[in-house]
Design a protein around this ligand. Structure first.
Ligand code: SF4
Length: 370
């Protein structure tokens, strides 16, 4: 059932080149996170999400310190070694200091255009909208220049429906996983989500629909296995999920920036685009990188755990993501205070030996079973 998704994730470059040719749209590399893909589709582009890769890091060390996160280092490595030639331009958000500085590095090193959707740090919705008005205008202008195509109300509405549909299908996949633990293998699940980073949304939806129809008719396997919720920024490297499959644990929910936090976003409201983008960026799931005092991560996560009925929460830390690291101690304490077992693993995207990670996940599963 999941073979087509595995094929995409195993042959990313070939797939992007194929769809670039078929669609005739320029490939826009989308950096983490929450850049509304709708704007790129509406301008006639083909967005491809870059959440890091497992390249050995060599050239990027000349520009980024070893204590920068492996997401930023590995995407820079990809461009430096010429592995992203098909990407015509990059779309950034100001999610963290690393990404803000990464865009400056791209501007100095590469001739490709870059855009930035700057996310405000303000307390009120009104202030956010006031700030985002000029940001959205500048992003739209930049996209139209890159693609040579105007964004119209019709193209925007069509793109909003397409991306809204994509996330709705992903939410269905999340729902099935939650309601039928063990039916979907952990590695299969994250491969299915990851394939969406690289495919045109209509192609991706056409793959998800039959998958969901087949899964709807199946039951969860019998037997009790530890049920885990994962929390972090990026759910890679997906090789780790093969280990979790072997250990016999079920991930039934997550709080990843490129997982549920993105999939949970409703259709972008385009009648008033500034209001729509504001809502899109700040809701519904809170994020360590987004300042929104009205949407606190602590009660959100406790509530999510209780609703999903998981046995424990495993924090999935990509070294050295500062926003994630700053939030984690308080989050772990809050969960412990609620009697929810927690653990954490730290990971580099380029790692190839997972023995230590396996030991830690195994120990966590034993705690949950005990
Ligand atoms: S992993 Fe963390 S530090 Fe790295 S780009 Fe994402 S938010 Fe920024």
């Amino acid at each position: 059932m999941f073979e087509p998704f595995h094929e995409v994730v195993s042959n990313v470059t070939q797939n992007i080149l194929k769809h670039e040719k078929e669609t005739g749209r320029p490939v826009i590399g989308v950096m983490p996170a929450y850049f509304p893909m709708e704007l790129i589709y509406a301008a006639g582009g083909y967005p491809v999400q870059l959440w890091g890769n497992n390249l050995p890091l060599e050239k990027s060390d000349a520009y980024l310190q070893a204590y920068c996160c492996s997401v930023a280092r590995s995407v820079l490595e990809l461009e430096l070694i010429g592995g992203a030639k098909m990407v015509k331009a990059y779309a950034f958000t100001s999610l963290c200091d690393t990404l803000i500085n990464l865009r400056e590095i791209y501007r100095r090193l590469f001739p490709k255009p870059t855009l930035e959707l700057s996310i405000p740090i303000t307390r009120t919705v009104k202030a956010r909208e006031a700030y985002l008005e000029s940001v959205v205008e500048s992003v739209i202008g930049g996209l139209e220049k890159i693609t040579g195509q105007k964004i119209t109300p019709d193209s925007l509405m069509e793109a909003a429906h397409l991306c809204g549909r994509t996330r709705a299908l992903q939410r269905n996949l999340y729902k099935i996983r939650l309601e039928k633990p063990g039916l979907i293998g952990n590695h299969d699940f994250y491969t299915a989500i990851k394939a969406g980073f690289f495919l045109p949304a209509n192609k991706y939806c056409a793959m998800l629909e039959p998958l969901l129809a087949r899964l709807e008719n199946r039951s969860a396997p019998n037997g009790k296995r530890p049920k885990i919720l994962l929390s972090g920024m990026v759910f890679d490297p997906i090789a780790v999920y093969k280990i979790i499959d072997e250990l016999g644990a079920d991930i039934v929910d997550d709080d990843f920036a490129n997982g549920w936090r993105a999939a949970s976003k409703e259709m972008l409201q385009v009648e008033n685009l500034v209001e729509g983008v504001t809502e899109f960026l700040f809701n519904p799931a809170p994020c360590c990188c987004i300042y929104n005092p009205d949407n606190d991560r602590h009660p959100y996560l406790v509530n999510k755990v209780k609703k999903s009925g998981v046995d424990g929460v495993l924090f999935w830390y990509i070294k050295f993501c500062e926003p994630d690291a700053f939030d984690r101690p308080q989050l772990m304490k809050r969960l412990k205070d609620e009697g929810i077992p927690t653990g954490f693993i730290d990971i580099e995207l380029s790692m190839t030996n997972f023995d230590a990670v396996k030991t830690r996940i195994n120990a966590f599963c034993e705690i949950l079973e005990g």
